[in-house]
Design a protein around this ligand. Structure first.
Ligand code: BT5
Length: 329
């Protein structure tokens, strides 16, 4: 985004300052020019960064030097890692029940879309069908995105595929691992679940329908509770190194912003990529869809992102959601 092109709130400008400071010691006048703000504003933004834990030394001639970056996830840090055009409103909270519940409530109160809420910790993180989502303190990315897409509501279910692509892409670029999508909403590395997605739709009195896209990514955990220790993994476990959550969050927002543009006409491109990453296609599976389960051969994704299952009687059936288990043969 060119400096001053659109409104930028304080966290966004402070994020841009943080990014500029990472390049090295810079005089305030140069920082002001790079950010497109008055020199006096640079001081205020540096104060703002320091209030959120950064340490910036200020030399009267040489300029500002970044001495220390905080570890906690803040909107400023996330913005400092965003490079593409999508600039949602970003909020971070220390602890909450569920960011999906929070974003849903905000949507129900008619708030505009393009809001992302991150939590350091969730006490009631949820998966599909009311299942629990383990959200360890300070070790993952637990976030929800409130959107009001202009496209018709019947195609909004495609957003789960787009979010899965964004998670897979950002995880690969930051952690240097290879990510697969287990249709419809899991992201796996080495067959372990590193991320899950939960999209929920609602409606509000004035602005109408909205969707909340919840994303949970296991980043730096070193262990998991017994029930999921065999199936879950963190990026740290699979990459053997600590992963910078701010960088991952920034890349995720970049990638999701790009994939969101494929919601309408370009969705076939997303389907091509999602098919290439799919860990279920070409396998014999059992698919639990509500109270009924089906066994068959997972043949392809259709143009809408539904799974096409070849049933034992030879017929082909499309599923828009379900729980997949791989079968031995
Ligand atoms: C999901 O559900 O995978 C969707 C998870 C979405 C979580 C995000 S975090 C931010 C936002 N706020 C929320 O409250 N939720 C969203 P599902 O496919 O139903 O998988 C749930 C199952 O995954 C559980 O029953 C466990 O078996 C397993 N599980 C729970 N926590 C896990 C974790 N941290 N990592 C891997 N697997 C986990």
């Amino acid at each position: 985004m060119s400096a001053g092109a659109t409104f930028r709130d304080k966290p966004q400008l402070a994020g841009e300052l943080l990014r500029a400071l990472r390049a090295g010691t810079t005089p305030p006048s140069e920082l002001a020019a790079a950010l497109g703000v008055e020199p006096i504003a640079v001081k205020g933004l540096a104060d703002h960064l320091e209030a959120s834990g950064a340490d910036i030394s200020r030399h009267p001639i040489l300029g500002y030097t970044l001495v220390h970056e905080p570890n906690a996830l803040s909107a400023e840090i996330i913005f400092s890692h965003i490079q593409d055009g999508w600039r949602p409103q970003i909020e971070t909270v220390t602890s909450t029940g569920s960011t999906n519940a929070d974003a849903f409530q905000r949507g129900s109160r008619d708030e505009a879309g393009s809001l992302v809420i991150f939590a350091e910790h969730q006490t009631a993180g949820r998966g599909r069908l009311g299942r629990n989502w383990e959200s360890a303190q300070g070790e993952g990315l637990w976030l929800s995105i409130l959107l009001r897409p202009k496209s018709p509501v019947p195609i909004w279910h495609r957003i789960t595929t787009l979010a899965a692509l964004a998670v897979a892409e950002s995880v690969e670029s930051v952690a240097g691992v290879c990510a697969a999508i287990k249709w419809p909403n899991d992201v796996l590395v080495n067959d372990r679940k590193v991320a899950g997605i939960l999209a929920e739709t609602g409606t509000s009195p004035i602005n109408g329908p909205f969707v909340v896209v919840g994303i949970g990514i296991n980043v730096n955990q070193t262990e998991f509770p017994n029930g999921i220790a065999h199936s879950a993994a963190s990026l740290r476990q699979v990459s053997k190194r600590t992963v910078n959550r701010g960088e991952l969050a920034g890349r995720l927002i970049d990638s999701f912003g790009r994939w969101l543009q494929a919601l309408d006409e370009n969705f076939p491109t997303a389907i091509d990529c999602a098919s290439a990453r799919n860990s279920v296609l070409g396998k014999n599976i059992t698919l639990n869809a509500g109270s009924t389960s089906f066994t068959g051969y997972a043949e392809a994704l259709n143009t809408d992102g539904e799974l096409l299952l070849r049933l034992p009687d030879g017929s082909l059936r499309a599923f828009s959601a379900g729980e997949v288990t791989l079968r031995a043969r």
